[in-house]
Design a binder for this molecule. Structure first.
Ligand code: PEP
Ligand code: MG
Length: 590
C-alpha cells in the first residue's frame, strides 16, 4: 500500500531507493557490500559467530551456581532458542545473498524485521521478548567483531558499492548522531530519513554537505516504513512516499533527471569569478568537516575555507582526543590542499547537538545535560580544558607555516573569553619559539552566534581581525528555538525581524571598523537569502561546496547598490519575508 510521511525538508533533491532501517543504537554497525565471490564465506562468518555465541550461552548455563534463580536458567534457554531460530541467522542469509550486505548489516536488518513483528504482538510476554532478541543479536555482533582482525575498518566503516545491479539505498532511522553521520560521508546511502531533527540540526547539515536528499523530523517514519520498502524522498517538499505507484515513480524519476541537468549546467560556472553586475568581488568559501572535504570545495570553485568544523576530528574516538600531531597533520592537509587560499579553522565546538561520543541529540537531551545548548560548549569547553586547548592552538599555529590560516572562536559572548584566548596564544607561540617550530601570521576572529556578541560587537571588533556570523546558532539563541527540536521547527525563522536586525547591524559595523565579515551559517548557502545578504553589504559567504554554484548564479545576476536600497524597507516591515521577496525581486536582473 502506498502512503506518505511528512517531515522537514533539509537537503534538496529527489532520491528513489529501498529503505534500510537502522536502529539508532546500531548506526555504527559496519555497512558495506560483499562481492559475489565472497557471499558464501560472509554467511559462513555469520554462522561461526552464531555457533560461538551458542557455545558461550551453553557454558554460562552449565556454570550457573546451584543457588542461581531458576529464571536465569530459563532466560538462557530463551536466548538459545532465539539465537537458533531460523527466523534470525538463516533468514539473514537472504540479505547477504540478494542484497550483498555484510554479515553485521544483514543481521541488523533481520533484527529490524523481527523487532517489528514483536512490537505488533498482542501478548505482553511475547512482546517483551524483543529485548531478549536484541541482547542475543548484540552478542552475535560482538562475536563478529571479535573474530574480525582488530585492524579491520572502524565500526562504522561504510565502503562504496563494489558490484553492479544493486538498487539505491536510503537510510531510515529514528535519529542519527553527528558522530555517526560523518561516517556516512562516503557511504552507500543516497538519502536520509529521520524521525528527529530540524533544519539546522547536524544531521541535516551533514546531509547537505553530502548533497543528498534528506527529510528529518518525520516523527514516525522509522516506525511506518519497513525494511526494503521502495521509497521516494522529496527533499524539496519534505515528503516521503512509501511504495509509490508506477505513475508517481515515473514523475519523480523525471524530476531527478531534470535536477541532474540543472546541476550539470550550474557546474559550468565553476571557473567564473563571483563578481556582481556592479563589479563587487564576492568570496564564496566552503564549510568543511574533514580535510578531505577540500577536494569537493576546490571542485566547486571555492576561494577559501570559511569554516573548518574541527570538532569532527574529535568525534568517534571512544573518549580519546586527537593528539597535537594528528591535528596538525589534518590542518596541514587542508591548508596545503587550498594552495594559499585562506583556511579558517574553528576551534573545537563540542557540546549541544555535537557530543563527542556517539550520542544522539535525544539521548544527550534526555539523559545527560539539562540544556546542552546553554551549557559547557564551544569556547567555554575549550577554556575549561586549557591543556587540550593549547594542544589545538599549537597544531593550528604549526599548520600556519604551510599557508594562510585564520583562527575562529565559536560561541563567544564575553570579552574575557577573547582575552583568555589571546593569553593562551601568547603562551603557545612562546612554546613554539622555544622548540624552534615555525608558524605564520594567524588572524583571530570570533563567531557571532550569540545575541550578546552581536549587541556588543563594537567592543569585540577592537580585539579581533574578523567575524563570522553563525546564523544557525544566532537564530536559535535569538528566538530561543532549539535547532534540533522538530516540535518548534516551525518557529525557527531566519526572516524574523530580530534576526535581520542583528545580521544587518553586525555586517555594517564590521565593515565600518574595516574588519572582515562573513556568514557561515546555513543562510549563506541558501540562494533564497543571497540577495538579502548582498544588500546588507556582505562580501564573503561560506557554505557547503555543493551550494556554491547556485549562490554564485545569484551573485552574477545581482547589483549590490540596488539591493542595498531595498534593505531599509525590509528591516522596517512587519512581514520582512514577504517584503524581502518582493523588494529584492524587483531589483534583480533575471
Ligand atoms: C552556526 O551556528 O551558524 C554555525 C555555522 O556553526 P554550527 O552550525 O557548527 O554550530
Ligand atoms: Mg554554531
Amino acid at each position: 500500500m502506498s502512503f506518505q510521511v511528512f517531515g522537514i525538508p533539509v537537503s534538496r533533491g529527489v532520491a528513489i531507493g529501498r529503505a534500510v532501517l537502522v536502529a539508532s543504537s546500531r548506526v555504527d554497525v559496519a555497512h558495506y557490500f560483499v562481492p559475489t565471490a565472497e557471499v558464501e564465506s560472509e554467511f559462513d562468518r555469520l554462522l561461526k559467530a552464531r555457533d560461538a555465541v551458542t557455545h558461550e550461552l551453553q557454558v554460562l548455563k552449565a556454570d550457573l551456581p546451584p543457588d542461581a534463580p531458576h529464571e536465569l536458567d530459563a532466560l538462557l534457554d530463551v536466548h538459545l532458542l532465539l539465537l537458533n531460530d531460523e527466523a534470525l541467522v538463516d533468514a539473514a542469509r537472504l540479505w547477504i545473498e540478494e542484497r550483498h550486505y555484510n554479515a553485521e548489516w544483514a543481521l541488523s536488518a533481520q533484527l529490524e524485521v523481527l523487532a517489528r513483528q514483536f512490537d505488533e504482538m498482542e501478548d505482553d510476554y511475547l512482546r517483551e521478548r524483543k529485548a531478549d532478541l536484541e541482547q542475543v543479536v548484540e552478542r552475535v555482533l560482538s562475536a563478529l567483531a571479535h573474530a574480525q582482525d582488530k585492524g579491520a575498518p572502524g565500526a562504522a566503516a561504510v565502503v562504496a558499492r563494489d558490484f553492479a545491479g544493486e538498487d539505491p539505498l536510503l537510510l531510515v532511522a529514528a535519529d542519527i548522531a553527528p558522530a555517526d553521520m560523518i561516517q556516512f560521508k562516503r557511504s552507500v546511502f543516497q538519502g536520509f530519513i529521520t524521525d528527529i531533527g530540524g533544519k539546522t540540526s547536524h544531521t541535516a547539515i551533514v546531509a547537505r554537505s553530502m548533497d543528498i536528499p534528506a527529510v528529518v523530523g518525520t516523527r514516525e517514519a522509522s516506525r511506518l516504513i519497513r525494511q526494503d520498502d521502495w521509497v521516494i524522498i522529496d527533499g524539496d517538499a519534505g515528503t516521503v512516499i512509501v511504495n509509490p505507484s508506477p505513475i508517481v515513480l515515473e514523475e519523480y524519476r523525471f524530476r531527478q533527471r531534470q535536477a541532474e541537468l540543472e546541476r550539470a549546467r550550474l557546474a559550468r560556472l565553476r571557473h567564473t569569478p563571483a563578481i556582481t553586475l556592479d563589479g563587487q568581488r564576492i568570496e564564496l568559501h566552503a564549510n568543511i568537516e574533514l580535510p578531505g572535504d577540500t577536494g569537493p570545495a576546490l571542485d566547486a570553485g571555492a576561494t577559501g575555507v570559511g569554516l573548518f568544523r574541527s570538532e569532527f576530528l574529535f568525534m568517534n574516538r571512544n573518549g580519546e582526543l586527537p593528539s597535537e600531531d594528528e591535528q596538525f597533520e589534518a590542518y596541514r592537509a587542508a591548508v596545503e590542499a587550498m594552495r594559499g587560499m585562506p583556511v579558517t579553522i574553528r576551534t573545537v565546538d563540542v557540546g549541544a547537538d555535537k557530543p563527542l561520543d556517539r550520542m544522539s541529540v535525544n539521548e544527550l537531551r534526555h539523559e545527560h545535560v539539562l540544556n546542552p545548548s546553554m551549557g559547557l560548549r564551544a569556547i567555554r569547553w575549550s577554556l575549561a580544558e586549557p591543556s587540550m586547548f593549547r594542544q589545538q592552538l599549537r597544531a593550528i599555529y604549526r599548520a600556519s607555516a604551510f599557508g594562510h590560516v585564520k583562527l575562529l572562536l565559536p560561541m563567544v559572548a564575553h570579552l574575557s573569553e577573547i582575552r583568555q584566548v589571546q593569553d593562551a596564544i601568547r603562551r603557545v607561540k612562546q612554546q613554539l619559539d622555544d622548540a624552534g617550530q615555525a608558524y605564520g601570521l594567524v588572524e583571530l576572529g570570533v563567531m557571532v552566534e550569540v545575541p550578546a556578541a552581536a549587541l556588543m560587537l563594537p567592543l569585540l571588533l577592537r580585539h579581533v581581525d574578523f567575524i563570522s556570523i553563525g546564523t544557525n546558532d544566532l537564530i536559535q539563541y535569538t528566538l530561543a528555538i532549539d535547532r534540533a527540536d522538530e516540535a518548534v521547527a516551525h518557529l525557527y525563522d531566519p526572516w524574523h525581524p530580530a534576526v535581520l536586525h542583528l545580521l544587518a547591524s553586525s555586517i555594517s559595523q564590521a565593515r565600518a571598523a574595516g574588519k572582515g565579515v562573513s556568514v557561515c551559517g546555513e543562510m549563506a548557502g541558501d540562494a533564497l537569502f543571497t540577495d538579502l545578504l548582498l544588500g546588507m553589504g556582505l562580501n564573503c559567504f561560506s557554505m557547503h561546496p555543493s551550494q556554491i554554484p547556485s549562490v554564485k548564479q545569484r551573485v552574477l545576476r545581482a547589483d549590490t547598490q540596488r539591493l542595498a536600497a531595498a534593505i531599509p524597507r525590509i528591516l522596517e516591515s512587519e512581514e520582512p519575508g514577504r517584503t524581502a521577496l518582493e523588494a529584492l525581486a524587483s531589483q534583480r536582473l533575471h
